[in-house]
Design a protein around this ligand. Structure first.
Ligand SMILES: C[S@@+](CC[C@H](N)C(=O)[O-])C[C@H]1O[C@@H](n2cnc3c(N)ncnc32)[C@H](O)[C@@H]1O
Length: 314
């Protein structure tokens, strides 16, 4: 395999768990691969290098700006790279357009790209002041400000509990409703800091609420559920799926799906006779998720919560 971490660094971006992903997918000449969250194209450039001279990548992203950038950045690969603006939950539609009945490997790298996180105007970070936006796809209608300023208090509290696992969700929702309208990330972060004490883990008090809003704005967990199903359907025998998640809600969902798809029966445990007709479609390669090592964490602290789970289509 010729692609190395250095190749990715030369392109000015450090993809998370880069070598592990390439090792998992084992790209080879002639293969067809889907990168469902192509972002800045770091992983895809490695896949294209390693599958030279004729391996192909279908790169999907919700963010049109990421696609413009990656189009230029990976121009050297010419028509081996196919880009689509949309969600990986529709990967079957895009694969059909290319007449790809099956694929040899598929990657979902679910984090927010550093490029977007560091752009105050995108509203993802409570550290930078900007509009309460948080849309991966800026052409989408609903923003974080819409949710914060219009949801009834009860729904807001439920959302913050479900997607942020914030123990003080009711208090946060109450304070938001009292202070609205809220327009900026700093207005919201300061409000939360006043009502939520820093816990023992010392994460910023706004972390959980911001995570919850981001997941809700982008319908992230439903997209992941749909995307995993489509991805497993599309993998050819021996094809591998690699998913990098950044919080426990995503990781649990991936773990559960792999487990369910790796057994022949999903009937309730107390049922004596199987009636489900379910058949295993996956072999789980990573019993425990792979994590970045200390060398990666030194150069890329953002990778600290990353977990990679790999499975292979039977
Ligand atoms: C962490 S970045 C990917 C980085 C990429 N692996 C690289 O090496 O440059 C995650 C990307 O996923 C995109 N994204 C998030 N949800 C998506 C979805 N449902 N469908 C397609 N793209 C999505 C985001 O816009 C972002 O560009």
């Amino acid at each position: 395999m010729s692609a190395s971490v250095d190749d990715a660094h030369v392109r000015g971006h450090i993809p998370v768990l880069y070598q592990r992903v390439l090792h998992a997918l084992k790209p080879s000449a002639g293969g067809c691969y889907i990168d469902g969250t192509i972002g800045a194209g770091g992983h895809s450039s490695g896949i294209l290098e390693a599958s030279s001279p004729d391996g192909q990548v279908l790169g999907i992203d919700l963010d049109p700006r990421a696609l413009e950038l990656v189009h230029d950045r990976l121009a050297e690969f010419g028509d081996r790279l196919h880009l689509r603006h949309g969600s990986y939950r529709d990967l079957d539609v895009y694969a059909d357009e290319l007449s790809w009945k099956t694929v040899d490997g598929l990657l979902l790298d679910l984090g927010v790209s550093s490029m977007v996180l560091e752009d105050a105007n995108r509203g993802f970070s409570f550290r930078l002041n900007g509009p309460l936006d948080m849309r991966f796809d800026p052409t989408q209608a609903i923003t974080a400000a819409d949710l914060v300023n219009s949801l009834p208090e009860r729904e807001l509290a439920d959302l913050i509990t479900r997607y942020g696992e914030e123990p003080h969700a009711r208090r946060v929702a109450k304070a938001i409703v009292k202070a609205r309208p809220l327009q900026t990330t700093h207005e919201l972060a300061e409000l939360i800091t006043r009502v939520v004490k820093r816990g023992r883990r010392k994460i910023h008090p706004a972390t959980r609420t911001f995570q919850a809003l981001r997941i809700a704005v982008n319908d992230e967990l439903n997209a992941l559920e749909d995307g995993l199903e489509r991805a497993i359907d599309r993998l050819g025998p021996g094809g591998r799926i690699a998913v990098i998640s950044f919080h426990s809600l995503e990781d649990r969902l991936v773990k559960r799906k792999y487990k369910q798809e790796s057994v022949d029966c999903i009937c309730p445990e107390d049922q004596l006779v199987c009636t489900c007709d379910h058949q295993a479609r996956l072999k789980v390669i990573t019993k425990r998720p792979l994590r970045p090592d200390k060398f990666e964490l030194e150069s890329n602290p953002r990778a600290r919560s990353a977990k990679l789970r790999i499975a292979e289509r039977i």
